[in-house]
Ligand binder design. Structure first.
Ligand SMILES: Nc1ncnc2c1ncn2[C@@H]1O[C@H](COP(=O)(O)OP(=O)(O)OP(=O)(O)O)[C@@H](O)[C@H]1O
Ligand SMILES: [Mg+2]
Length: 348
């Protein structure tokens, strides 16, 4: 491995050239270890993976910064797992670049693997091994010094809540406990990067809360990519959301940004009393700022209004009611949920 690349792992935050493909800096290791701050950005460029004629990953590029938690969303078969397998080096790509902490997976695969903790989809485990033995085995595989393995396993058992089950064989565990063992093995070597493919699948609600909290804490200093189908989970856990559909990135940003971007037109829910529903409907439709009026509860005179692009309608609706002596008892901006955005972007 090239020395300059190895040293890139230890450069100081802020002094780091943000384009690792062009980076030739080497910084002072002592300084970096003093501030205990290791850059582990993931930079992906033009990644392609095809199975026959089908492109599972179709020319995607993105970056994940150190300390960022990225949530991968996408319908079944979108390419999330394939992307994660390539990042973790379990699968090779057809073309493109994956660069982690200044190292390329094409040239420095072994070095990169040491820095990654991976919880694969379906969580493959050795069912005949007791939990403790398995975790000790994983610790040894990850080159944890012998004298430290037991201490580290104890920590993981505590963090992942598997104390009561630790002497059972993995095959005797329930699905949720197997998932916890999978998480423990992913974190055993305290990796700088965590790639978690549906980490909370099969966990009970209490453990989901615990694991989300843990991921958030880990995300302060680690780079985390997780996939999930639970939309509130990405909002609760992730700094950034990326939606993948048919191997392509169709959205990338914070939950707030994604919601804003999808808000092309204002939508209001209004309830207007004292007026005949048809008269109110016609009057609302005649307002210059309104693009569309619909009943969402006719019996209660409740309407859904869509403003023209760039227009706001609340004042116009209020004035209209004053003129006609109608009474507004409800006027609520309708906020798009992540679920609506996901469906819009991924239903073809
Ligand atoms: N080994 C393989 N051989 C052929 N096609 C494959 C293989 N692995 C994945 N695929 C295809 O690649 C596409 C992406 O699959 P992938 O597992 O990455 O999806 P995903 O987003 O993780 O879906 P899910 O949400 O169901 O886990 C799918 O069309 C899948 O059938
Ligand atoms: Mg998957």
């Amino acid at each position: 491995m090239r020395k300059s690349n190895l040293l890139l792992n230890y450069v100081k935050l802020g002094e780091y050239n943000r384009n690792p493909f062009e980076n030739t800096h080497t910084k002072d290791i002592n300084l970096a270890s003093k501030i205990n701050c290791i850059i582990m950005d993931i930079v992906i460029k033009n990644l392609v993976k095809a199975y026959g004629a089908h492109r599972a990953v179709d020319d995607i590029s993105f970056e994940v910064r150190t300390g960022e938690i990225l949530g991968f969303l996408g319908p079944n078969g979108a390419g999330k797992t394939t992307t994660m397998k390539i990042i973790t080096n379990f699968l090779s790509c057809d073309s493109g670049e994956v660069n982690i902490g200044g190292l390329s997976i094409h040239e420095d695969a072994d070095e990169i693997k040491k820095s990654i903790g991976y919880l694969p989809e379906n969580n493959p485990l050795y069912y005949d091994m007791p939990v403790i033995d398995y975790l000790e085995f994983c610790g040894a595989l990850q080159h944890i010094p012998k004298e430290k393995i037991q201490q580290r396993v104890r920590e993981m058992v505590g963090i992942c809540g598997i104390s009561k089950e630790k002497h059972k064989k993995i095959g005797e565990l329930s699905k949720g406990y197997r998932q916890r063992v999978g998480l423990a093995q992913a974190m055993i070597h305290d990796p700088k990067i965590l790639v978690l493919d549906e980490p909370t699948t099969g966990l009970d609600p209490n453990q989901i809360v615990e694991i989300r909290k843990l991921i958030r804490e880990l995300g302060r200093e680690k780079t985390v990519i997780l996939s999930t189908h639970i939309l509130p989970e990405v909002e609760a856990t992730c700094d950034r959301i990326m939606i993948i559909n048919k191997g392509k990135i169709v959205a990338d940003g914070t939950a707030e940004n994604l919601k804003k971007q999808s808000e092309g037109q204002e939508i209001l829910h209004v309830k207007i009393e004292e007026g005949d529903s048809n008269s109110v409907f016609t009057a609302l439709r005649s307002l210059s700022t309104i693009a569309m009026v619909d009943f969402y509860d006719r019996s209660q005179n409740k309407f859904e209004l869509q403003s023209r692009p760039g227009c706001k309608s609340a004042k116009e609706v209020f004035n209209l009611c004053v003129q006609n002596k109608w009474i507004i008892t409800e006027l609520t901006p309708f906020e798009k949920k992540l679920e609506d955005i996901f469906r819009n972007l991924t239903i073809n």
